[in-house]
Unconditional design. Structure first.
Length: 148
């Protein structure tokens, strides 16, 4: 018998809820609520241009990390709300149940494996098409006409 099928739905929800709350606690413990990370508060008036560039790069990275953490926190809150509503583990695209193995590995999953795979293929295809269009010369250029 498959162990995933021997787990009661209530146990799955309880386990998922605990995983999500643990993720949230770790994010908050890492200092998500701080106004600015310590490295962002450093003055720019010290050092040469190389130091300034390094500090700026660190600033950008810190802001990016902070933004990603905030996005992750929002996703955790959305998943916890779905648990409260009884909709956690349901694919947002097709409405089928998301497999327990996928939810254990990715508690923030919003799509089942099939729909996620379709989305990734569509995204890859769109990227391929966009890159191809950027490389393709304009019609006037291809015909040898000068453009303004």
């Amino acid at each position: 018998m498959d162990p995933a099928q021997t787990i009661k739905p209530e146990e799955k929800i309880e386990t998922a809820s605990k995983m999500l709350l643990d993720m949230k606690e770790k994010l908050l413990a890492a200092g998500l609520g701080k106004s600015l990370p310590e490295d962002l508060a450093r003055p720019f008036d010290i050092g040469d241009e190389g130091d300034h560039a390094d500090i700026e790069r660190t600033h950008e990275f810190s802001i990016l990390i902070s933004g990603r953490d905030k996005e992750r926190l929002v996703a955790i809150e959305e998943a916890l709300e779905k648990i409260r509503e009884g909709a956690y583990g349901v694919c947002e695209d097709c409405g089928d149940e998301i497999g327990w193995g996928r939810l254990k590995a990715m508690p923030l999953a919003k799509l089942c494996v099939t729909c996620q795979s379709h989305l990734e293929k569509e995204t890859a295809h769109q990227k391929f098409v966009e890159e191809g269009m950027r490389k393709q010369p304009l019609i006037d250029e291809a015909e040898g006409k000068e453009t303004d």
